[in-house]
Design a protein around this ligand. Structure first.
Ligand SMILES: [Mn+2]
Length: 475
C-alpha cells in the first residue's frame, strides 16, 4: 500500500494536546510513572523515566500487569504531583479521581469518559493522549511507547534519541503485522529514529531471530510457512546443504542470518520466495526489518523484534525492571534477561505440549478453546493460544480462547486468524462485551484480546462470545 494512505505529519490538534500535557509534566516536581509489563509498556515507561531524569524530576517507575481496582486506588491516592500512565489507563479514565494525571496509551478509551469528559479535565490537570481520540488506530498506527515518545519529544526535542525505543515498542506490539512494515504515526516516529542515527531499515527476510537464531531454527520456525521447509528440521538442514550455505562457522559455532554474506542471503531469499504461491505470503516474508544500530546482532538487541522479545520475556517472568535497565543501557541486566528468555522458551514449549498431549482443545460452533487451569502461567497462555492456532490440532478458521487461573479470577486469552479479522471480527469488542456480561473485564486488540472473568463463569462466557461472533457474521 502506498504511503499516501497514511498521514505523514501529526495533526495540529494532537500537537496542541501534546504541548498542554508537556506543560503539566514540566510543572510537576514529583512524578510516578505507571506502565505495563510487556515490551511496549517497558519501552514506554523507559522513555517516560528518561525524560523525567533529564528534566531533573524526582520520579519512580512502577509496573502493573493490568489496571485492577487496587491499581486504580493506588493511582488515585499516589502522593506524587503527577501520575504518568503509559500503555495502560485509557479504558479506566472514568475511575481516576485524582488531579495530576497524564495517560499516554493506545488501547480503546473508556467511552463514558470520551462523551462525558472528566470534570477535572476542565482544570487542565488530566490529559489523555490516545490515537483513538484522533481517529487513528491503536493497533497498527501507533502504540503506547509511541504516544509516550511523542509527549517526550514535545517536552524536549532533544528526546528524539529515545525514538528507537518507541520503534521497539511498536514492533513488540505487532504494529507491523498488518502492512508488514511500520506505517502512519509509527512511520513518523521511525523516521525520527532513523534521523537520530539509531535505527536502520533493511529489506530482507522477516523471519524472527536474524541475530540470535541458528540458521536451521531460523528457517524451521519461520512465519509465513514455506511448505516442505517450515517445521521440518531435516528439510531446513538439507536446504542449506543444497545451497552450499554452511550452518556452522570455522570455529564450529552455529551461524545466524546476520553471519551470511550477500550471496548466501540472496540464494536463500530466492529459494524461499519462489516456494511461496500467495502474493500475501511473499509480502509477509520479504520486507522491512528494523536494525537497532547501537547493539551487536548477537546481543539479542540488534533487531527491533529480537529486542522486544527480550523485553517481553523479562515482563512475563516478573522482571520488567531488568527490561527497563536494558532500555537504559545497563548491559548487566542482559544476563538476567537471557535466563528469563531461556525459561520462557522452555515454558512455552512445555505448555504447548501439555495442551496437545492431553488433547485439551475443544471445539464449539464458532470458537475453539482450552482450559489450562493452573498448569500454564497466565502470562504465557496467550502465546500458547496463538501457537496452537498454527498447529494441525486447531481449526485454522476459528478464533481460539485459552483459560488459565489468575490471582483475581480466570484469565482468558483470545487469538483470531487474520482471515476473520479481514472479514470484520473484532476480538477486542467481543471480549470486552462478553466479559462485562458475566461480571468481568476485557479488551485488547482486534487480533489478540483478553479478559478476566469470575471463576465458574467460563461456559456462560463462551456462550456470550459465540453469540457476539454469530452476530458479527450474520447478514
Ligand atoms: Mn501496548
Amino acid at each position: 500500500m502506498p504511503d499516501c494512505d497514511y498521514p505523514t505529519e501529526l495533526p495540529e490538534k494532537l500537537l496542541g494536546d501534546l504541548r498542554r500535557a508537556a506543560r503539566v509534566v514540566k510543572g510537576a516536581e514529583t512524578v510516578t510513572v505507571v506502565t505495563h509489563i510487556d515490551a511496549d509498556g517497558i519501552t514506554a515507561g523507559s522513555i517516560a523515566a528518561e525524560t523525567l531524569r533529564r528534566l531533573g524530576k524526582e520520579y519512580t517507575l512502577v509496573f502493573e500487569k493490568k489496571i485492577t481496582e487496587e491499581a486504580v486506588e493506588r493511582i488515585n491516592s499516589d502522593s506524587a504531583d503527577l501520575v504518568w500512565i503509559c500503555d495502560l489507563g485509557s479504558a479506566y479514565m472514568g475511575q481516576f479521581t485524582r488531579s495530576g494525571l497524564v495517560v499516554t496509551d493506545h488501547h480503546v478509551p473508556d467511552p463514558k469518559w470520551r462523551s462525558g469528559q472528566s470534570s477535572l479535565e476542565a482544570f487542565g490537570t488530566v490529559h489523555q493522549l490516545n490515537p483513538h481520540l484522533y481517529k487513528v488506530s491503536g493497533s497498527y498506527e501507533v502504540c503506547g511507547a509511541g504516544m509516550t515518545y511523542l509527549l517526550s519529544k514535545a517536552i524536549d526535542p532533544k528526546n528524539q534519541d529515545l525514538a528507537y525505543l518507541a520503534v521497539v515498542g511498536a514492533i513488540g506490539d505487532f504494529q507491523d503485522s498488518r502492512e508488514y512494515r511500520l506505517v502512519s504515526w509509527n512511520r513518523i516516529i521511525l523516521n525520527d529514529a532513523i534521523e537520530a542515527g539509531d535505527v536502520e531499515v533493511e529489506n530482507t527476510i522477516r523471519y524472527f531471530g536474524r541475530g540470535t537464531r541458528p540458521l536451521v531454527q531460523f528457517l524451521q520456525y519461520g512465519e509465513p510457512a514455506v511448505s516442505g521447509i517450515t517445521g521440518d528440521m531435516q528439510a531446513c538442514a538439507l536446504l542449506l546443504q543444497n545451497l552450499d550455505i554452511p550452518a556452522f562457522d570455522e570455529t564450529g559455532a552455529k551461524r545466524t542470518w546476520c553471519d551470511l554474506n550477500e550471496v548466501e542471503r540472496a540464494l536463500l531469499t530466492d529459494e524461499l520466495m519462489s516456494s511461496l504461491e500467495k502474493e500475501e505470503d511473499r509480502k509477509a516474508l520479504f520486507g522491512e526489518v528494523y536494525t537497532i544500530k547501537r547493539y551487536e546482532p548477537k546481543s539479542g538487541l540488534g533487531d527491533a523484534k529480537e529486542f522486544s522479545t527480550t523485553l517481553n520475556s523479562c515482563g512475563r517472568y516478573d522482571d520488567a525492571e531488568a527490561g527497563a535497565r536494558i532500555c537504559a543501557g545497563d548491559m548487566s541486566a542482559l544476563e538476567e534477561a537471557e535466563q528469563n528468555r531461556k525459561d520462557h522458551r522452555k515454558n512455552i514449549s512445555q505448555a504447548l505440549s501439555y495442551v496437545r498431549d492431553n488433547h485439551l482443545l475443544r471445539r464449539r460452533n464458532y470458537v475453539q478453546y482450552f482450559f489450562a487451569g493452573s498448569a500454564i502461567r497466565e502470562t504465557v497462555v496467550g502465546i500458547v493460544a496463538g501457537m496452537m492456532l498454527g498447529t494441525s490440532d486447531a481449526a485454522p478458521d476459528m478464533p481460539i480462547l485459552a483459560f488459565a487461573d489468575a490471582d483475581d479470577g480466570v484469565k482468558v486469552s483470545a487469538r483470531a486468524p487474520k482471515s476473520l479479522i479481514d472479514a470484520g471480527l473484532d476480538l477486542s469488542r467481543i471480549m470486552s462485551e462478553s466479559a462485562a456480561e458475566v461480571g468481568g473485564m476485557g479488551g485488547g486488540h482486534s487480533v489478540a484480546a483478553g479478559a478476566t472473568i469470575p471463576e465458574g463463569k467460563e461456559e456462560v462466557f463462551l456462550d456470550r462470545v459465540e453469540e457476539h461472533i454469530s452476530e458479527t457474521f450474520s447478514p
